[in-house]
Design a protein around this ligand. Sequence first.
Ligand code: FAD
Length: 494
Amino acid sequence: NAVVHWYKCDLRTKDNHALHLASEKAKSKGVPLICMYIVSPQDFEAHLTAPVRVDFILRTLEVLKADLAKLDIPLYVETVEKRKKIPQRVLELLEEWGANHLYTNVEYEVDELRREAKLVRGCLEKGIAMDAVADTCVVSPGELSSGSGKQYAVYSPWYRAWMAHCSGKPSLLDLFDAPQKNPSNARHQFLNLFASSIPETPENKRITSEEKKRFGSMWPAGEDAAHERLKKFTKDRIGGYQARRNFPAEIGTSSLSCHFACGSLSARTAVHTARENNSTKKLDGGDPGIQTWISEIAWRDFYKHVLANWPYVCMNKPFKPEYTNITWEYNQEHFRAWCEGKTGYPIVDAAMRQLNHAGWMHNRCRMIVGSFLAKHLLLDWRMGERYFMEHLIDGDFASNNGGWGFSASTGVDPQPYFRIFNPLLQSEKFDIDGDYIRKWVPELEGIKGKAIHDPYDRGNAKEAEKAGYPKRIVDHKASRERCLTRYKEGLGRE
Ligand code: FAD
């Protein structure tokens, strides 16, 4: 007899809802707890999981395996090639281990819900109990609805309801204890599971040893590393978060997104810690930096809520159906220039090169490049959404889809389509001295002063050309006009 916890995007021991329940159940029954993780290369491929993210997940699993082993809990990791086979294989493993209770945390994407539904049926047939519980959000999808019973489709009223809900129910931020130690004979009983190793995947094999080293030092994996980063951020930078978070040349944000995405840190722990650091010891009021940071984590909850309530966003459809009729461009040269950071717009190019090098991009820049792709280049926003997933260490369907909906004005945000970011103004405002551009676009290092934002028109064109910096692939004013016309046509407006 045993109780099993199935890990997915919750790769931690502390503050893990399903893992905690599994441990309690195992203890009450006096049986061991076994943890498992299924590596699905087909899932990685279907979900466009970036090699840098797969590498991060596998490194996190290594750390998790060691953390669990300290509690005499085995983490068994197995590759299942065909994702359709996952429920079947999970059932086989449960039977093999003589387990009669399975715990897992819910994922809200459509494929994942279908997989879980299959597993629920399989468990029922075999007389195995299964608990799938909410964990990934502070306020889970389904908990909030407006006075009239409708689902919120706009962030601000949703956030007010989120804050009121959390403030009225402080226990939402109580953290779940890590699992208890297994009975001492578990190690002997499951020797083969303890001895199993973390497999490689095709995505992971695609990254070079130089990249492996770079990502390893840029993005230390595991929950201790996540807690260390959270601690440092709340000690040194959260106070200045509101003022500094929009400047990509600074380390003004937490860089914790990769940990939230694979679950080596819970959103609950983050908000709990922020609250503890607030002068009021409450969620609202107090330090503006803390307030703003909490509201950013709430964005993550919001986009999961959108995904759960409007699941068609998982099927390549815009949140606003009326935006389906926009005629997009599919100019491959433009797309390549965007991907490679060679558009001739320094802030866009710096951002794309940061993404390609680090697997991460600053939020302000994600908005700038997103708007540039959808509005200036009029490329189908799904091409950008896809490229982001293929390159981000923190790739998360809900947040990425939400961010692209925001950038292309096709999503939940109420901003009208005619709000088009001007990349030159954004650059001057948020990379005032051009330090971010100089870091990521070394050809422009020698361009002095404000000319860095626009080296051909306002700077030394000869110098930029000599350094091999590309000319603008589109003109700002003309693309803006084209975009407005095209959106109007698509929406059937005069
Ligand atoms: P911080 O500023 O420290 O914020 C703390 C946490 O709050 C983040 O780690 C993240 O979990 C959450 N958060 C912050 N801003 C947002 C936001 N706008 N939407 C949702 N959650 C937010 N975030 C992802 O985690 N995965 C993605 O795939 C992703 N794709 C994006 C695509 C586009 C086009 C845009 C505009 C934004 C995207 N974001 C995504 C949101 C945001 O850019 C990142 O969460 C943030 O840059 C991560 O850096 P950080 O951890 O330093 O954030």
